[in-house]
Design a protein around this ligand. Structure first.
Ligand code: GLU
Length: 505
């Protein structure tokens, strides 16, 4: 790949949050640009008004920012090829369509959608593949304009040159599309809006895009694009189509999987970048992971910082075979990333996670949140931290409701066994806690140790009953941390509620 004046682009259609496949496309483009000091353009392909989803541009920009994938030209930042929204470039598409009409490389066509559907239907009935039949003779420009003026639905179609077209793909090699498979396609719809193919080709030229990297689902579009570039005397950028990303079960990762899971009452799988943010993944880990969905470094190494990816990434090392989205591997990546991320950065990412989830933990200050993070050893995602800290934002009555324990199993296993030994421990330790002044994790830990030494109890014999008393469950951060974080008043109040719940039973 030549690195002279590299200009790449990511061209999302605003149909919702950024899909994980789109994120990989952005990442590869961005890495190519950053590696050689090129330009990364963000272009919003918002010409399909039917598929337009309100607010999705804002969502996509937010996802990109969260991933740290900054753009050099595009929405918000502007640039020499503005505007970067296709909906604001209609006059440019019209001018180029006019050129094609005048050179005879495009023509007006009048078929109604019912007529086209009827031809498709007869192809189906006759079991042959459907192909649009070019009208003969072709309508003249004057006839097209007259029909438009008369209010008829008129489209502009590109006239395919009737020859095979070869895509020189940087990943797949030469891909030849036979002429028979290429039909004349619409470039301007009857409402005057361009189709994706046409707007994309015009903009890639006007924005001086040198390399197009986009998912393999677009491979079959590229011959059409090349044909238009030739007719318009545009440059043909270098093309690379990375493989499609599949779930481990071999199905496409689609937004529908989420809807289906919700309907069936299952936890929906993460599909869009935003889902991973909400689930508590670090963007660093996600980027590292998606870089490997198609690309490999050539040695055994898999963990890379963004800077290392910039240095090592190359399109030449992207494979041809479909990539598998291995969620266990992503979780393992995230666990490692959490362990090695500096505390301040981890705290910032944790706060972002709490904010997107509108978590009640947001009421805690940074020092408290940092303690929570530090107390959660081996955390896999930020959700683990929140789960283990839930007791901190619950009210005493929620942990020990009047009607009985929230977790009878825990009560049975930890408090009731050995004829209520756990309760007896709680009574004894409550007296000590009540009188205790050094309410710190270390101080409390020592207090329990001293109690154990004096009574002959094991640490767990004391920590577990305490845990059940203050959280209603058997999991929480280390007991000293848990008591310190909860505070003296709530700790003692919950132990009392727990003891009186037994008496009430
Ligand atoms: N708007 C297209 C999409 O979202 C972009 C395809 C391309 O990169 O050319 O799939």
């Amino acid at each position: 790949m030549s690195d002279r004046l590299v200009r790449v682009r990511f061209a999302p259609s605003p149909t919702g949050y950024l899909h994980i496949g789109g994120a990989r496309t952005v990442l590869y483009n961005w890495l190519v640009a950053r590696k050689v000091g090129g330009t990364f353009i963000l272009r919003i392909e918002d010409t399909d008004r039917d598929r337009h989803v309100e607010d999705s541009v804002g969502k996509i920009l937010e996802d990109l920012r969260w991933l740290g994938l900054t753009w050099d030209e595009g929405p918000v930042v502007g640039g020499p090829c503005a505007p970067y929204f296709q909906s604001e470039r209609l006059d440019l598409y019209h001018a180029h369509a006019r050129r094609l009409l005048e050179s005879g490389d495009a023509y007006y066509a009048f078929e109604t959608s019912e007529e086209l559907e009827a031809s498709r239907e007869s192809a189906r009935v006759e079991k042959r593949s459907y192909k649009y039949v070019r009208p003969s003779p072709l309508p003249t420009i004057a006839q097209g304009e007259a029909a438009q003026a008369a209010g008829k639905a008129v489209v502009v179609r590109f006239k395919m040159p009737g020859e095979p077209i070869t895509v020189h793909d940087e990943i797949l090699g030469d891909v030849v599309m036979p002429a028979e498979e290429l039909e004349d396609f619409v470039i301007l719809k009857s409402d005057g809006w361009p189709t994706y193919h046409f707007a994309c080709v015009v903009d890639d030229e006007l924005m001086r895009v040198t390399h197009v990297i986009r998912g393999q689902e677009h491979l079959m579009n590229t011959p059409k694009h090349i044909a238009m570039q030739r007719a318009l005397k545009f440059a043909t950028p270098s093309y690379a189509h990375p493989p499609i990303i599949f779930s481990m079960d071999g199905t496409k990762m689609s937004k529908r999987d989420k809807e289906k899971a919700i309907k069936e009452g299952r936890t929906p799988p993460e599909i869009e970048v935003h889902d991973f943010r909400v689930s508590g993944y670090l963007p660093e880990a996600l980027l590292n992971f998606i870089a490997l969905l198609g690309w490999s470094s050539g040695d055994d190494r898999e963990h890379f910082s963004v800077d290392e990816l910039i240095e090592r990434f190359s399109i030449e090392r992207v494979g041809k075979t479909n990539a598998r989205f291995d969620r266990d591997k992503l979780l393992a990546f995230n666990t490692d990333w959490c362990a090695k991320t500096p505390p301040l950065r981890l705290l910032a990412a944790f706060k972002d996670f709490l904010a997107v989830n509108a978590s009640p933990l947001l009421k805690f200050d940074d020092a408290m949140l940092a303690r929570l993070l530090a107390a959660k050893k081996g955390l896999r995602t930020f959700r683990d931290v929140v789960d283990s800290a839930r007791f901190l934002v619950q009210r005493d009555e929620e942990v020990w409701p009047d009607g009985g324990p929230i977790n009878p199993d825990a009560v049975r296993k930890v408090l009731e066994k050995n004829e209520g030994a756990g309760y007896r421990t709680l009574e004894a330790i409550l007296a000590k806690l009540d009188a205790f002044a050094d309410w710190t994790a270390e101080g409390l830990h020592k207090l329990i140790e001293t109690y154990c030494a004096a009574s002959g109890a094991k640490m767990g014999d004391v920590a577990q009953p305490l845990r059940v008393a203050i959280t209603g469950s058997t999991v929480s951060p280390p007991i000293g941390d848990s008591l310190a974080l909860l505070g003296k008043d709530a700790t003692c109040a919950r132990i009392r509620r727990c003891l009186s719940a037994r008496r009430g039973a």
